[in-house]
Design a protein around this ligand. Structure first.
Ligand code: AMP
Length: 282
């Protein structure tokens, strides 16, 4: 497994590859969710490139850039065991040298849901992912349903900027009790981690009610809010039911596939989770 830290080496190594490339962009501190993406990429491509970069431009000034968990040597061992061909681990200065000034903004998709609470977040995400696409020129790129808005926005970016890349969205991997795996779960105490199962329980309640025939978006949102309100450690930021493509909030009846998404503060962690209704992930 080749570990690459500079842009010049990434570009020269990439230009020697004629085979299909699967790209898995990450911020490291890897868990089974990341590894599920790596395994899918491994099974569908000749060459697998994983990037590990805690991208400063997607963190707000009050956010956890400095405290974001990092363990590069553990990550490297996990990726080697998965048969990854290349790991690209650039420094911030390598990707944002002094004088850097080019940014990508998705006019509508950047501003709702997570984007409304985290100004500039998706500008940072869109820009870094486009840069990684240019540096690695993959055939396929793998993203988790866990961050659905990110995946939906990147699908739009690929289409709008004519990247010749298939975006593959992989299902959310969860702990046994339902909590979606996340590097930020390391901010939770053992008790908070148990109680954080309420996020998926609330989403599952909405899913079951939808499957039983309920199509009123307000009623489903209320069900989720009530479930979250019953757990004292959970402090919801938003509960949304939005069109799965445009991310426009649904006010009346649900008639097309929807993204049901929540952001909830639990202890020191801001957790997000979601389910899709009316569609299968794969
Ligand atoms: P991150 O390191 O948080 O930027 O995540 C890197 C990629 O892994 C993103 O595409 C995430 O959506 C995906 N990912 C993170 N957590 C999970 C999970 N629990 N299940 C599936 N994919 C995940």
């Amino acid at each position: 497994m080749k570990v690459i830290t500079t842009i010049s080496e990434m570009l020269s190594t990439r230009s020697d590859v004629a085979d299909s490339i699967g790209l898995v962009p990450t911020m490291g501190y890897l868990h089974e969710g990341h590894l599920s993406l790596v395994r899918r990429a491994r099974s569908e491509n000749k060459i697998v490139i994983v990037t590990i970069f805690v991208n400063p431009s997607q963190f707000g000034p009050e956010e956890d850039l400095d405290s974001y968990p990092r363990d590069l040597s553990r990550d490297r061992n996990l990726l080697r065991a998965e048969g990854v061909d290349m790991v690209f681990v650039p420094s911030p200065d390598e990707l944002y040298p002094s004088g850097y000034q080019t940014w990508i903004e998705l006019v509508e998709l950047s501003g709702v849901l997570e984007g409304a609470r985290r100004p500039g977040h998706f500008r940072g995400v869109a820009t870094i992912v486009a840069k990684l696409f240019n540096l690695t020129r993959p055939s396929r790129a793998y993203f988790g349903q866990k961050d659905s808005q990110q995946a939906i926005l990147l699908r739009r970016l690929i289409s709008d900027l004519h990247f010749d890349i298939d975006l593959v969205i992989c299902p959310t991997i969860r702990e046994g009790h339902g909590l979606a795996m996340s590097s930020r779960n390391s901010y939770l105490t053992a008790n908070e981690r148990e109680r954080a199962a309420v996020l998926f329980e609330a989403l599952t309640t909405a899913g079951t009610t939808y499957k039983a025939g309920e199509r009123d978006a307000s009623k489903l949102r209320a069900l989720i809010s009530d479930k979250l309100a019953a757990e004292p450690v959970a402090h919801p930021e938003y509960v949304s039911i939005a069109d799965l493509e445009t991310l426009h909030e649904i006010e009346g009846q649900i008639s097309a596939p929807v993204l049901v998404s929540i952001a909830v503060q639990v202890g020191g962690a801001r957790l997000i989770d979601n389910v899709w209704l009316g569609v299968h992930v794969g």
